[in-house]
Design a protein around this ligand. Structure first.
Ligand code: NI
Length: 199
């Protein structure tokens, strides 16, 4: 178990398309995932993608704690929706995605705050699709799928963007909301304690 060094915006590894994992059950993938989880937790992140630790492979880890999900979804102004999300306003257990694929279930987008461990100290408001289905391999090589809404869907989109060399500022439509988290006051309150959490 090792804490990995996190690549920051501007590093080439964050700009390229990451490669598919050939064997999701390979020991080195398991080791990578263990280290990514450790690194994510140490940094208080919500998620982490392998390119963020200088490994250009399509691997993501994330989790959503229940309180955060409820808070974000409450502020997210999403419609209650027709999709039977696997976690409606709830948390999502620690999840590993290998070679994930996304399918958007609605044209609807909502704007919400995001931060990124590769863009430390900043947060911005980012439009994301409100509902999607994703599928991926787990560490046993089994393909699984879930429906995600709200904050869960946001996290998955943010992480999977990393696999295609995209950082959240590139998704912002109004850069005026790009803010140092230390400047975020009582006026607008984008969950300060992990305002800089990845995503
Ligand atoms: Ni990120």
């Amino acid at each position: 178990m090792t804490l990995l060094k996190i690549a920051r915006m501007g590093h080439p590894v964050l700009k390229q398309r990451a490669a598919e994992v050939q064997d999701p059950t390979a020991p080195e993938i398991r080791r990578l995932v263990v280290d990514m989880i450790e690194t994510m937790r140490d940094a208080n992140g919500t998620g982490l993608a392998a390119p963020q630790v200088h490994i250009p492979l399509r691997v993501v880890v994330f989790f959503v704690n229940e309180g955060r999900a409820a808070r974000e979804n409450a502020g997210d102004d999403q419609d209650s929706g027709d999709f039977d999300a696997d976690s409606r306003d709830g948390g999502v257990p620690l999840t590993v995605l290998i070679n994930p694929e996304l399918e958007f279930l609605s044209e609807d987008q909502s704007v919400g705050w995001e931060g990124c461990l590769s863009v430390p100290g900043l947060a911005g408001q980012v439009p994301r699709y409100t509902a999607l289905r994703y599928s991926a391999y787990d560490l046993e090589g089994q393909r699984f799928e879930r429906v995600a809404k709200g904050f869960h869907a946001r996290v998955v989109q943010h992480e999977c963007d990393h696999l295609d060399g995209v950082l959240y500022p590139q998704r912002m439509t109004d850069l005026s909301s790009l803010t140092f988290t230390t400047e975020i006051g009582a006026a607008s309150e984008p969950s300060q304690e992990d305002g800089d959490s990845d995503g």
